[in-house]
Design a protein around this ligand. Structure first.
Ligand SMILES: NC(=O)c1ccc[n+]([C@@H]2O[C@H](COP(=O)([O-])OP(=O)(O)OC[C@H]3O[C@@H](n4cnc5c(N)ncnc54)[C@H](O)[C@@H]3O)[C@@H](O)[C@H]2O)c1
Length: 318
């Protein structure tokens, strides 16, 4: 199979490329490297079945890609970190984030339509905003600030979902949506700014751990290997056309609990400092994954401690 992975040089995309190569697929990784990095894919660059094309998916597709008849398209291209201090944050690239999830989604859906390819849009738990329902099932419509700072991401993803729905209904594209909840693991960028990367690197460097607010907000954390299995199942399992799936881990932790777990795993002695909560930071986040279990036979399997130890080992080595 010929598979296009948009955003393939990013954290999740590079793991997805690796897994697809293991399954003997021919992989076309398309990325403009705005938040991704070539070192994430350096190990596959010599593989004859792997092709890297540096390209911005909001722009018309290059000839070399137009010639390929794709069987499936994963659309993962988008900045993804909410932390305004991170150089990779979508808050530093608000217009690019709006465009890649709108225009970029449109361009990729057009390719899927022309190629009669399967299509998966990587959406996010952020479309639930600050949820009034917990855990969040796919049927929940969310509680999003449409004009706030984070709307460049949340609303762009909601638009991307709507666009995917239009191509499904109007042009019969074999499309589905994966709403990804916090995912972590090796190959995350040290400057990513998301909570697990921050805590691990602060503890490894003996710096205080920065907790925003009182640390009572909750999150659930999915290890990257589980996420990739979920995305592949959502794309290729039968009866997934037109469906929306939450892909995440159901175990919910407060941020303070997470800080203590990571500190204990690394050195047991980092001090915790408290900083003001960023705007529109959700109070809770936990996926209802009953649908993924039933339709995909998928659920996350890697316990938090095991995933954290692998991630700590990665950053420690770096
Ligand atoms: N990691 C998570 O916890 C998480 C949670 C929810 C949703 N997601 C979604 O999953 C996808 C991947 O996230 P990630 O954590 O791997 O982020 P990432 O920033 O590591 O990867 C995104 C990739 O997309 C590329 N990209 C961005 N705009 C592009 C454009 N216009 N053209 C081509 N490439 C472009 C970036 O260069 C990067 O390589 C994103 O769509 C994100 O919104 C991730």
């Amino acid at each position: 199979m010929k598979i296009l992975v948009a955003g393939g040089a990013g954290f999740i995309g590079s793991h997805l490329c690796e897994e697809l190569l293991k399954k003997d697929c021919e992989v076309f990784c398309v990325d403009n490297l705005i938040t991704g990095n070539k070192r994430n894919i350096s190990e596959f660059l010599d593989n004859k079945k792997f092709h890297f094309v540096r390209h911005d998916v909001t722009k018309p597709f290059p000839k070399e890609l137009r010639k390929v008849n794709f069987d499936a398209i994963f659309h993962l291209a988008s900045p993804a970190s909410p932390n305004p201090k991170s150089p990779l944050s979508y808050l530093r690239y608000p217009a690019e984030t709006l465009f890649v999830n709108s225009l970029g989604t449109y361009n990729l859906l057009e390719i899927a339509r022309e190629n009669k390819a399967k299509f998966l849009f990587a959406s996010t738990s952020e479309i639930y905003g600050d949820p009034k329902v917990s855990p969040q099932p796919e049927s929940y419509w969310g509680n999003v600030n449409p004009y706030g700072l984070r709307s460049c991401y949340d609303e762009a993803k909601r638009f991307g979902e709507a666009m995917t729905g239009v191509f499904l209904r109007k042009f019969k594209v074999d499309a589905r949506i994966a709403r990804i909840f916090n995912t972590y693991g090796p190959k995350m960028d040290k400057n990513d700014g998301r909570v697990i990367v921050n805590f691990i690197n602060q503890a490894l460097e003996g710096r205080p751990i920065t907790v925003y607010g009182k640390g009572k907000q909750t999150r659930s954390f999915c290890y990257i290997d589980d996420n990739v299995k979920g995305l592949i199942s959502a794309m290729f399992k039968p009866n997934t056309k037109g469906e929306v799936f939450n892909i995440g881990n159901e175990d919910e932790y407060t941020i303070l609990q997470l800080a203590k777990i990571i500190t204990k795993l690394i050195n047991g002695e980092s001090k915790i400092v408290y900083k003001p909560l960023p705007e529109d930071d959700p109070t809770n986040r936990c996926p209802d994954v009953k649908k993924a279990k039933k339709v995909l036979g998928w659920q996350s399997e890697v316990p938090l401690k095991e995933g954290l130890l692998k991630t700590i080992a990665y950053f420690d080595k770096k």
